[in-house]
Each structure stands twice: as structure tokens, then as C-alpha cells.
Design a protein around this ligand. Structure first.
Ligand code: GLC
Ligand code: CA
Length: 555
């Protein structure tokens, strides 16, 4: 069996594991995960079988947004260790055959980055134009853009009498990518990391680097996503940096359409390998609706989630490459959002979700703890809010404007807040879950269910979610149809079953997943269907799928 038309590439065959370093493992007893903590757990990742680690930012940062506000691109955050620790981690990972992809946060810097400090120092500064400074209009913000983290996207600078743009927090001023010197500085920095031997970049909000020059009023995303020069800049980046190394590149692309993704992730390779799209995690499209913006708590509906994936699967076939993910550090836990985290269904539904995702066409991403079926946390009250997005939303929507009641917003946080994904990794049942030493206070409270849900328990149980992921990864590495087969949706009218086929040469893979806690009829299989490839129950009962059953055959 050989891939036919689709050109082979290691980043298509790989499975990526995302590490959020702050919450992965603390090696030195300060309650904060660090680089040496990651190095210590490489054997665990090697056992899981993943090919690549995507490391959320580890650069120097005042941590207004946990490292997504960088103050020095060429230094390691003190709390995470030193550059020697990084070099050691990279070498140790490479020895195990694991590659490392870095987070490239280049739409903005920290306001404490030397570039911004200089830019702010005077309107005459050489670096003034490195950021987006504008005069007030009628004594107010230059336009009505609202930041992603609530409130105006402009911050007034008393000293110079101008505003600067920040699409995220006020401590994350946006760089001016239209200035070629800025782009040179970013490319130099990227080259420096590539020469160190890293294996790629996950590009933070890369679809936002080119702003609409009219700066007209309206929704922020409409004026900053997929702007007029974004493809030109990425092609330049490809020529200047990316093409000189063998890298995996994935762009986080808020607001991206299939049309746009065909350009960003085009098969010609002139821009990026793939993008992260947001259609299946957009609560406004996949649930009965949100209360305000992203804030809502309704459960995603199978038909809408499946339709989003089917659209992307078919829309990029042969012309671009998909990435596949359920969750990451910005999303709630997969099993709580899309599956069923009640104790009786958690394991089955987590395996079902894994099956569904990993056997579609594209490169799958696992977020730390997903392989254990880690769940959302519960927000007791405002004193528990840590993430800048939560804190600002509380201030703006509950305290300042009264758009949502305290109870409503807390309920939304339980469902979709980012801290759900950021609670520390649950390694074992010892105090502090093995994340940090006993008696140390972890930077974010550990989910109280760590006694039941932890890596040690999973490793000791051959039927665990961990070993199910291990098996899925093994299958990907041994069956080209999983990587290269074409995708064909099935049962598109069903409101309980998600099914599809993959085709490669004469081979057909058939996958079906029951998204409900009830038994469902399913007549996809007959005596010609071939043999069982994987499933989350033992055996298979003809004509039905049991609650949360996933069943896959190959012929
Ligand atoms: C991306 C990151 C998110 C961060 C934001 C600003 O969406 O994934 O964590 O807050 O960009 O950098
Ligand atoms: Ca530490």
C-alpha cells in the first residue's frame, strides 16, 4: 500500500503533543512547571509514541498572558530555567527521536520588550513605527475596535499623547508588520532559533499580522484577520527563513475561511504547512448559542461539529493540509466539552473522541492531559480567576457593564474558560498530583479529581485512555491510509453517529462513532467490511453502536 497522489512529508505522518510548560511538571519546588520538568518526563512521551512536541512559549516574559507576552525572544523565562536547560531538553528529545516546535508569538510583544520601551520613549524614536501608534480622534480612541480580552484595543500613552494598538491585553502591543525593519528583526530571530536546531514553529495569531490600513470602525477581527499583506509576508518569511530548514509550520489562524486556508496551507508549500481553524470550537456555530461573545455553556451539537470538520476535510483535499485538534491551552478540556465527563462515560467517550479525530485526514494534535481524559475544573467564584481573559471579562461584563450576572459568567467559565485546560498535569495520586512537591503551592489549583485521573493510574491499566492513544499513534505510523487516504463523509444526516471512510488504492477504512450515551442502530458494516482496526469496546455487535462506541474496520 503506497500513498498515491499526496506527496509524503514527515509532518503529515507525525502526531504532535502540546506542552503548556507552566502546568506540565515542576522540577525545583516553586510550584511552576519548567524545562527540566519536561526533560524528566520525556520517557513518558516517548512511551506514548508522539513524534513532535509543540512547546507553548518559554521565552522571557512578565507573564501577563502566561508567556504570550514576550520581553526577550532570545532568552528563557527565569521561572522555566536557562538556555542551557533548553539546549539540554532539545538534545534529549532529539536523542529519543522527538522533534520540538516552538511557539512564535510575533504579532505582538510584551510592553516590557526593549523594542516597545524604545518605541514608547518618544514620537521621534527610531522604533516609533515598529508598533501601531495613532493620534486620538475627538479626544478618544482612534476607532471602536475592541480587544480580544475585553475593552478597547487602544491604550493611551500620556507622555506622547498617542494611543497604541493592542489586539490582546494592554501589555501586548501589536507590532507593525508593514515596517520591513520589523520583519527583518523577526526573521533574524527565527533564523537564530532554527540554527539552534529546533524543528518548526506554531505561529501565534499569524492571521492577524496585516491590519486593514483604513483603520475603519467595526469588529476587530474583520479588520485585522487575513489582512491585505498577510500572504505576501508569509511568502517572504518562507523565502527568507522557512525554506532554509526542514520545519513543521502551523499557523494559528483566527477568522480563517477554507478559501483563505487554501492559500496559507497550500500544497505548493509557499506559505505554511497547515493552520489551526476555529469552526468546530466556535460556540456560536456549534451550540444553541452563546450568551455574549465566546461566553456560553450550551453543549456542542454533533451535526454542527461534524459538518465543520467535513467541510474542512473536503475543502482542503488535495490542495492544502488540515490540522486536527479538540483542545489546547485556549480551549476547555475535550472530554468535558465534546464527550461526557461523568465517571461512567468519561473513559469511553474520551476514546471515542480520539478515534474520531485521529483517523480523519490531517495532522493530529494532543493537548497535555488529553491522553488521560483530564476534565474541566469548577469555578467557585471570582477569587479563582487567574487567566487575563477571565479577569478582564469579569471586570467588563459583570462589574462594569452588567451584561452577564456573576452566576451566568461563572457557568460559562466552567464550560469554556481557558484555565480549564491549564490546571496542572495530573501525574499520580500523591499530594499535588506529582506536579510539584508536597507542601508547595502550585501556581494554579490542581483539579481535585487527580486521585482518580492521573498518569500513573493510566499507565497501570492496559485499558486506559493513554494506551488507546498509544495504539492510535502506532496505527498512524503503520497504515499510510490514515495519513494519505482520501476522506469521504458518511451518514451526514445522523444526529447521533459521526462516520466516514478513507480510501487509498483498493483499501477502505470505515470509522463510526456514537456521540450519545444511548445505543444506536448503525448498518455500515457487512461481511465485506474487512477486519477490525480499533474500537473502544471489546468485540462488535452487528447492526448497533453501543453508548459512545467507536468502531473502525479496514479492508
Ligand atoms: C493565541 C494564544 C493565546 C494568547 C493569544 C495572544 O490565541 O494561543 O493563548 O492569549 O494568542 O497571544
Ligand atoms: Ca519550577
Amino acid at each position: 500500500m503506497h500513498p498515491q497522489d499526496e506527496p509524503r512529508a514527515w509532518w503529515k505522518e507525525a502526531v504532535i503533543y502540546q506542552i503548556y510548560p507552566r502546568s506540565f511538571a515542576d522540577s525545583n519546588g516553586d510550584g511552576i512547571g519548567d524545562l527540566n520538568g519536561i526533560t524528566a518526563h520525556l520517557p513518558y512521551l516517548s512511551k506514548l509514541g508522539i513524534d513532535v512536541i509543540w512547546l507553548s512559549p518559554v521565552y522571557a516574559s512578565p507573564n501577563d498572558d502566561n508567556g504570550y507576552d514576550i520581553s526577550d525572544y532570545r532568552a528563557i523565562m527565569d521561572e522555566f530555567g536557562t538556555m542551557e536547560d533548553f539546549d539540554y531538553l532539545l538534545a534529549a528529545a532529539h536523542r529519543l527521536g522527538i522533534k520540538i516546535v516552538m511557539d512564535l508569538v510575533a504579532n505582538h510583544t510584551s510592553d516590557e520588550h526593549a523594542w516597545f520601551v524604545e518605541s514608547r520613549s518618544s514620537v521621534a524614536s527610531d522604533k516609533r513605527d515598529w508598533y501601531l501608534w495613532r493620534d486620538p480622534v475627538d479626544g478618544h480612541e482612534p476607532n471602536d475596535w475592541q480587544s480580544v480580552f475585553s475593552g478597547p484595543a487602544w491604550e493611551f500613552d500620556e507622555a506622547s499623547g498617542q494611543y497604541y494598538l493592542h489586539c490582546f491585553s494592554r501589555k501586548q502591543p501589536d507590532l507593525n508588520w508593514d515596517n520591513p525593519t520589523v520583519r527583518d528583526a523577526i526573521y533574524d530571530m527565527m533564523t537564530w532559533w532554527c540554527e539552534k536546531g529546533i524543528d518548526g514553529f506554531r505561529m501565534d495569531v499569524i492571521s492577524m499580522i496585516s491590519k486593514d490600513p483604513s483603520f475603519a470602525n467595526g469588529p476587530l477581527w474583520a479588520h485585522v484577520c487575513n489582512g491585505p499583506h498577510v500572504h505576501e509576508y508569509l511568502q517572504e518569511m518562507r523565502r527568507r527563513v522557512l525554506s532554509r530548514f526542514d520545519l513543521l509550520t502551523v499557523g494559528e489562524a483566527g477568522g480563517v475561511t477554507i478559501e483563505e486556508a487554501r492559500r496559507y496551507a497550500n500544497a505548493d508549500g509557499s506559505e505554511l504547512n497547515m493552520v489551526f481553524e476555529f469552526d468546530h470550537v466556535d460556540g456560536n456555530a456549534t451550540t444553541a448559542g452563546t450568551l455574549y461573545d465566546k461566553w456560553g455553556y450550551a453543549k456542542p451539537q454533533l451535526p454542527a461539529v461534524r459538518a465543520a470538520f467535513n467541510r474542512w476535510q473536503l475543502g482542503l483535499e488535495g490542495v492544502a493540509w488540515n490540522s486536527l485538534y479538540w483542545d489546547n491551552h485556549d480551549q476547555p478540556r475535550a472530554v468535558s466539552r465534546f464527550g461526557d465527563d461523568r465517571p461512567e462515560w468519561r473513559v469511553l467517550s474520551a476514546k471515542m473522541l480520539a478515534t474520531c479525530l485521529h483517523l480523519m485526514k490531517g495532522t493530529p494534535y494532543i493537548y497535555q492531559g488529553e491522553e488521560l481524559g483530564m476534565t474541566n475544573k469548577r469555578f467557585a467564584g471570582p477569587e479563582e480567576l487567574v487567566d487575563v481573559e477571565e479577569v478582564n471579562a469579569w471586570h467588563e461584563l459583570v462589574e462594569k457593564k452588567g451584561i452577564l450576572s456573576a452566576d451566568e459568567l461563572l457557568r460559562c467559565f466552567d464550560a469554556v474558560a481557558r484555565d480549564n485546560a491549564r490546571t496542572p498535569m495530573q501525574w499520580d495520586a500523591s499530594p499535588n498530583a506529582g506536579f510539584c512537591a508536597e507542601g508547595v503551592e502550585p501556581w494554579l489549583a490542581i483539579n481535585p479529581n487527580y486521585g482518580q485521573i492521573n498518569a500513573a493510574a493510566c499507565l497501570a491499566d492496559p485499558d486506559s485512555i493513554f494506551y488507546y492513544y498509544q495504539k492510535l499513534i502506532e496505527l498512524r505510523h503503520s497504515h499510510p491510509i490514515i495519513v494519505y487516504g482520501t476522506f469521504r463523509p458518511l451518514l451526514e444526516e445522523s444526529d447521533s453517529i459521526w462516520a466516514y471512510e478513507r480510501h487509498l488504492g483498493d483499501c477502505v477504512l470505515t470509522a463510526a462513532c456514537n456521540w450519545t450515551d444511548q445505543e444506536q442502530r448503525c448498518d455500515l458494516w457487512d461481511e465485506h467490511s474487512g477486519t477490525r482496526l480499533i474500537g473502544n469496546y471489546t468485540g462488535h455487535v452487528d447492526g448497533i453502536l453501543r453508548p459512545y462506541e467507536a468502531y473502525v474496520t479496514l479492508r
